[in-house]
Design a protein around this ligand. Structure first.
Ligand code: ADP
Length: 258
């Protein structure tokens, strides 16, 4: 399988804290990978470095689309996308398309098609100020995919949505997975189960477990999997970030995916 992204020794040091600590992993073409970890474990910092928005302290990021304009090769959905409320959805999409390097007469139709794909086909001429949270999340996804990137980075794309909205967005991601490589962060294990080829577990900036979903599951047992922590407090903190899926038990967390 072709490798799309190769990350080696990736580290981000802030004044008092090592937010991301020596991450090494790779992403195969057209695979979906979930970056899982509690709040503060380094997910946003990792994705921001991969998206080129933040410079790493050390380590390398090798993207197979190197040489291509990274604006056109990578799509990024931040955890809290910012919108101009006075803009219409189609105006916003055209702005995003321009920033991603799209130009020419096909831009409008690419924007309309993408709005249709995320279920906002009828909302193009409406102002974003009147959008619900779910509509904004779809619009955020639309701006990330309008230029058909070969690598799609999504920071907690579904955690702000209700169960129905979550399912819809996960379905869209599944559909996109046939033509792009996806790395998304989540603490909703159930979603990771559905469309994930690889799991990356982060804790305190470190990768504590990685591998194909099947292998990780086998390693930690039948229906769920167990992750061992250094102490019960750390296990408790991890479990608290996904109370519906994870249960702390001493220094271990059992993740049921429920
Ligand atoms: P997550 O996305 O998993 O919640 P983050 O990547 O946001 O984690 O944060 C990882 C760690 O880095 C946290 O301890 C956070 O407080 C710290 N951090 C993030 N951004 C900065 C910053 N700009 N300056 C200092 N520390 C930061």
């Amino acid at each position: 399988m072709n490798t799309v992204l190769e990350v080696s020794g990736l580290t981000k040091q802030y004044d008092g804290i090592r937010a991301v600590d020596d991450l090494t992993f790779s992403l195969g073409e057209h695979t979906a990978t979930a970056l899982i970890g509690p709040n503060g474990s380094g997910k946003t910092t990792t994705l921001s470095m991969l998206a080129g928005l933040l410079r790493q302290t050390s380590g390398t990021i090798r993207f197979s689309g190197e040489g291509k304009d990274p604006r056109s090769a990578i799509g990024f959905l931040p955890q809290y996308p910012k919108f101009f409320p006075w803009m219409t959805a189609i105006e916003y999409m055209e702005l995003a398309a321009g920033l991603s390097g799209l130009e020419g007469r096909s831009v409008r139709s690419a924007c309309e098609k993408t709005l249709g794909f995320v279920g906002l086909g009828d909302a193009g001429k409406k102002r974003i100020g009147g959008f619900s949270g779910g509509m904004k999340q779809r619009l955020g996804l639309a701006q990330a995919i309008v230029h058909r990137p070969s690598l799609l980075l999504l920071d907690e794309p579904v955690s702000a949505l209700d169960p129905a909205g979550r399912r819809e967005v996960m379905e869209m991601l599944k559909e996109l997975g046939g033509s792009t490589t996806i790395l998304y962060s989540t603490h909703i294990l159930n979603d990771a189960e559905e469309m994930t080829d690889q799991l990356l577990f982060l804790r305190s900036g470190k990768l504590i477990e990685q591998g194909p979903l099947r292998e990780v599951r086998e390693k930690y047992g039948g229906s769920g999997y167990r992750v061992l922590f250094n102490n019960p407090e750390a296990a408790e903190r991890f479990a608290a970030s996904a109370p519906w899926a994870a249960r702390a038990d001493g220094s271990a967390v059992t993740i049921s995916g429920e």
